[in-house]
Design a protein around this ligand. Structure first.
Ligand SMILES: NC(=O)c1ccc[n+]([C@@H]2O[C@H](COP(=O)([O-])OP(=O)(O)OC[C@H]3O[C@@H](n4cnc5c(N)ncnc54)[C@H](O)[C@@H]3O)[C@@H](O)[C@H]2O)c1
Length: 131
């Protein structure tokens, strides 16, 4: 069972202690209120992490934050636009001042854009396979 460790006592009796994998660890996730970031946030929340989520503020995002907090009440939201240096710096400072450490940083925030490069690569691939 995940999070369960076997321990031997001084008298060699085996007993189990339940411990979540990220207990007492601070996890900082950018873009943690949607998609991949949210899935990681929920997983980290379930493993007991001190969780700081830096994301753009939106009504939808705040609903996602409620969901994450219902999994782990220690989770905090920090309004942050990662394209602004000072926002990101402030978010990291807030994380460390709240939890006292930063152990894992998941730099996930971003956008998926289909641009000319991707279209050109798809076109090349189609040409390769179908002539
Ligand atoms: N989904 C895919 O197939 C795919 C493929 C390759 C790479 N990626 C990358 O993975 C990451 C997550 O993708 P996803 O599909 O989960 O995206 P998503 O759109 O579901 O989530 C992105 C999150 O990032 C936040 N965000 C966007 N710009 C931000 C900014 N400037 N500052 C702070 N937060 C910001 C959004 O509010 C959102 O919560 C992105 O960086 C994306 O480029 C995704």
């Amino acid at each position: 069972m995940p999070g369960t460790f076997n321990m031997l006592t001084a008298k060699n009796n085996l007993f189990k202690i339940d411990m979540k994998k990220l207990e007492n660890r601070t996890v900082f996730i950018t873009g943690g209120l949607s998609g991949i970031g949210k899935a990681c946030a929920l997983a980290a929340a379930g493993e007991g992490a001190n969780l700081a989520i830096a994301d753009l503020k939106s009504d939808e995002g705040l609903k996602a934050m409620e969901e994450i907090k219902s999994e782990n009440s220690k989770a905090i939201f920090i309004a942050c636009d990662v394209s602004r240096f000072t926002d990101t710096q402030t978010a990291i400072e807030k994380t460390v001042s709240t939890f006292g450490s930063l152990d894992v940083a998941l730099n996930n925030a971003g956008i998926v854009a289909i641009g000319f490069l991707q279209i050109a690569l798809i076109f090349e691939m189609l040409k390769f396979y179908f002539g």
